[in-house]
Design a protein around this ligand. Structure first.
Ligand SMILES: [Zn+2]
Length: 387
């Protein structure tokens, strides 16, 4: 009697490997298979045996069922991944990894959205009015037009012109999914991507400085609004990358520190004077100084002198007051999950069983402990009624 193996989807293996940032050779070495075997599984010319499948699942942190199911929420439209990079192979692999992680995070968000009405994205009008054919038409941006977009967004979101108390909460309330994940190994910069018209921003939990992380989030918001039309190849082009990085930084400065209110608070051009502005605006002195330079409040010579001063005091990475500005924590996905469990709309293992994604990934995306939804073997005991 032969046991027929259920359908194996080669694409799912590629996705799980890419999401781990592994090459085929590295995965093969991890599970004791030949690279040729992994390659044959991924291109569909061979189907793994039950034993190989279980080794692959263990190495990639997935269930075996993961390989047998089609994606529950297909990706119809997607943007490039906005990710600071150079064209080296290692970063290209990193880019693919982030791209896959964003797709998975989208699936988690879409799954939760089936049960709980999560905030809708309310910035889509910017894509329609500024970009003629959806994401198809590139648009030239100037310093003035970027300032304008930043102010239009503030007005559309009824924000006034003051400092933003909690940027992550603001973004989440307007339908941008914000995910703060640990990079696992190595340094991770923030990145962002739009999947099926759902903008998502990923922030590193490794960044202790909340002030820098706020600037990162605003920078990514800039990409989401200004650059949705660019392809993956375009954002990998060093010249285009340099341009869009500058534009995203300009946007972040303009959005976080509107000229009309921010300029009134500049009371000196010394490092001490800029540091004094930091606790109220919850931004690094370096970001504040750069904004002052862009606004013409200080000239090039003053700017250079301040940069030298910052380096000399060892403030490139850590600044005074950093410890008073903790990183802002995303809460929408976590709260949706807690609500579902609390009201027994879903059982604790349902999300992992239905999405078939690595449980650790689901947990870190929602910002909950992995044991919150251990798969399968949790037995929920209930009272029979009156004691
Ligand atoms: Zn960027």
């Amino acid at each position: 009697m032969t046991h027929e193996l259920p359908a194996f989807h080669p694409q799912r293996l590629t996705e799980a490997r890419v999401a781990e940032g592994l090459t085929m050779a590295a995965l093969a070495a991890k599970v004791g298979l030949s690279p040729q075997a992994v390659s044959a599984y991924e291109n569909g010319t061979r189907t793994p045996t039950a034993e190989a499948l279980s080794q692959l699942a263990r190495a990639l942190g997935t269930s075996i069922a993961y390989f047998k199911e089609e994606r529950p929420f297909p990706v119809i439209a997607e943007s490039a991944v906005f990710f600071r990079s150079t064209a080296s192979a290692r970063t290209r692999r990193n880019q693919e990894k982030r791209k896959q992680q964003a797709t998975w995070a989208y699936e988690i968000s879409a799954w939760l959205d089936r049960f709980v009405a999560l905030p809708e994205f309310s910035g889509a009008t910017f894509w329609r009015t500024d970009i003629a054919d959806g994401f198809a038409t590139p648009q030239e941006h100037t310093e003035e037009s970027i300032e304008e977009v930043a102010m239009m967004l503030r007005s559309a979101w009824s924000m006034g012109t003051g400092p933003i108390p909690d940027l992550v909460a603001l973004l989440e309330s307007h339908g941008i999914r914000v995910i703060r994940q640990s990079s696992g190994s190595g340094k991770l910069d923030a990145f962002s991507r739009i999947v099926n018209a759902r903008p998502m921003i990923f922030l590193s939990s490794d960044k202790e400085a909340g002030a820098r992380s706020r600037f990162d989030a605003a920078h990514e918001l800039g990409h989401l609004l200004l650059h949705p039309h660019l392809s993956m190849d375009e954002v990998s082009n060093p010249q285009i990358l340099k341009q869009i990085e500058t534009e995203a930084n300009l946007f972040a400065g303009a959005f976080l520190m509107p000229e009309s209110s921010f300029s009134r608070e500049i009371h000196g051009v010394t490092l001490g004077a800029f540091l004094a502005m930091k606790p109220r605006w919850k931004l690094s002195a370096q970001a504040i100084i750069r904004r002052c330079f862009n606004l013409g409040a200080i000239d090039g010579v003053q700017y250079q002198r301040l940069c030298v001063d910052i380096s000399a005091r060892g403030m490139r990475r850590n600044e005074p007051y950093d410890d008073q500005i903790p990183p802002e924590e995303p809460s929408v996905l976590r709260r949706a999950w807690e609500l579902l469990v609390e009201h027994r709309v879903v059982s604790r293992h349902q999300i992992a069983d239905e999405l078939l994604l690595p449980p650790n990934f689901i947990a870190s995306t929602m910002g909950v402990a992995p044991e919150s939804f251990e798969t399968g073997n949790i037995i929920n005991l209930e009272f029979r009624g009156q004691c």
